[in-house]
Design a protein around this ligand. Structure first.
Ligand code: GLN
Length: 483
């Protein structure tokens, strides 16, 4: 039962082969049995799950239908969930029970999705390995000595290990696409403004975007359908109609123009990954796509720009955690300054403190123009590169990551080495574009992802290309041994 995709579950529920309650119980038992190896959940919500599953079964019995009605999912632990701990992977929020549901959580619940729990993540979504979580590292089900990627490592490991079919995640600089690549999943970061950020605890507000992590493009289409849409509570939400993402999955790729940026195949890319990317290009050619070499000349400046902008926004966003209104408060503060200092010093981990310091520095008087403003100008150049490329091609294709998942602890002493691994993913966030990662093969038994980028609001095109690719390849069907 645990092998089923969301699409298969929807068919099984519609055909009354099993109930949502039965399926939910099977998956909860599986999580209890297998997750101790992975640490992919921070909280399990068994009672809520059974209650939601029973309600979904009742709605189906009353004649209602819907692809998410009775479908078990989990939420990355930065989506606020009413009355349930919403920790953001931080000691700071270990005691925080959200007073409301995030829009994404509310929309999925209304569609009948069943919440099994809250998944582990890098603290405040800062990281690429899920090692900065206060709740401990998450292990990659493909090799328990390797990281699952981050920051949505818990969602990725859980779905890859077949503990559940799909989960929500967020992507500020790659946190959906990179863990998808590292665990053999399909993950989609939507256009900025497509999915509401209301109730999604902020890391870098101009970059953050929620999206689906699942095993197939077909399932990403189902989950995104439940997440996307205008939300008046989010001032950057965009009032554009949401297309039917499942309806365009079958479109032909005949004549599709795919751009391959020459900058993507530079020295930093593992040659074995380069080869798998070439194979995926050939596969898409066979399906009718036309390949064109393109250039994204400002890509080399994207990492430094991102690692100014993201920490700058983080330093501002995280100032609300002051030990006064919510979250961790130190014992016996001597005065207000002592309360702030010790609450924040105790509540935040090392990576979060590093980013707050970098960000506060970049925003401080005298440095603002040199760093923050300069980074914003680079951001515009990165966007302009994409706009120029998309006048010639429909999709941009390349690797999701320069290397496969590294060993636990391998980059702990060198944060910059980890930042460099984000080279292919952060440009989509800087430009606000949608991006998808899908399975493209294995290197040393570890999964490799191919990334597709599309113009604004062309999520349907990304899902269509990925679905056609998945109809003709079987990488996405491989299951990690032991799960
Ligand atoms: N690895 C990037 C960072 O640490 C991206 C994280 C994310 O997308 N949340 O900032």
């Amino acid at each position: 039962m645990h092998q089923m995709t969301l699409a298969e579950i929807a068919r099984g529920l519609a055909d009354k082969k099993f109930s949502s309650e039965e399926l939910t119980k099977v998956l909860l038992a599986r999580i209890t049995q297998l997750d101790p190896q992975l640490n992919s959940f921070i909280s399990l919500t068994e009672d809520l799950a059974i209650e939601q599953a029973k309600a979904a079964d009742a709605r189906r019995a009353n004649g209602e239908s819907g692809a998410l009605l009775g479908a078990p999912i989990a939420h990355k632990d930065l989506f606020c969930t009413l009355g349930i701990r919403t920790s953001c992977g931080s000691k700071m929020l270990d005691n925080f029970k959200a007073p409301y549901d995030a829009t994404v959580v509310a929309k999925l619940a209304a569609a009948g999705a069943v919440t099994l729990g809250k998944t582990n993540m890098d603290e405040f979504a800062m990281g690429s390995a899920n090692e900065s979580s206060w709740y401990g590292a998450v292990k990659n089900p493909w090799n328990l000595e390797h990281v699952p990627g981050g920051s949505s490592g818990g969602s990725a490991a859980a779905v890859a290990a077949r503990l559940l079919p799909a989960a929500t995640a967020t992507d500020t600089g790659g946190s959906i696409r990179q863990p998808a690549a590292f665990t053999n999943l399909t993950g989609l970061k939507p256009t900025y403004g497509r999915v509401s950020r209301w109730g999604m605890i902020a890391y870098a507000s101009s970059l953050d975007q929620g999206g689906p992590l699942a095993r197939t493009a077909e399932d990403c289409a189902i989950l995104l359908q439940g997440m996307a849409g205008f939300d008046p509570n989010d001032s950057t939400s965009i009032d554009e109609p949401v297309p039917d993402y499942s309806a365009s999955l079958g479109d032909s790729l005949q004549g599709l123009r795919i751009g391959v940026p020459k900058e993507y195949f530079s020295a930093g890319l593992d040659p074995r990954i380069a080869e798998l990317i070439q194979n995926s290009i050939q596969q898409l050619q066979k399906l009718g796509a036309v390949i064109k070499e393109i250039s994204l000349p400002n890509m080399q400046h994207a990492i430094p720009a991102y690692y100014v902008i993201a920490p700058a926004e983080a330093s501002s966003n995280l100032s609300r955690f002051d030990g006064v209104r919510f979250g961790h408060r130190c014992e016996n503060p001597e005065n207000l300054i002592d309360l702030y200092k010790r609450s924040r010093g105790e509540g935040f981990g090392a990576e979060v403190q590093r980013r707050i310091m970098v960000g506060a520095y970049a925003l401080s008087a005298g440095y603002y123009d040199a760093y923050y403003l300069k980074a914003q100008k680079i951001r515009r150049l990165v966007k302009n590169d994409f706009m120029a490329a998309f006048t010639e091609v429909d999709i941009i294709l390349g690797p999701t990551t320069p290397n496969p998942a590294w060993k636990l602890g391998a980059k702990n002493s060198d944060p910059v080495a980890a930042y460099l691994e984000d080279v292919y993913t952060i440009t989509a966030n800087l430009a606000g574009l949608p991006g998808l990662s899908m399975p493209a093969g294995f290197v040393d038994g570890l999964p490799v992802g191919v990334q597709l980028l599309a113009p604004y609001f062309q999520e349907g095109r990304l899902l269509n290309v990925a679905h056609q690719y998945q109809l003709n390849t079987d990488w996405h069907t491989r299951t990690p041994t032991g799960f």
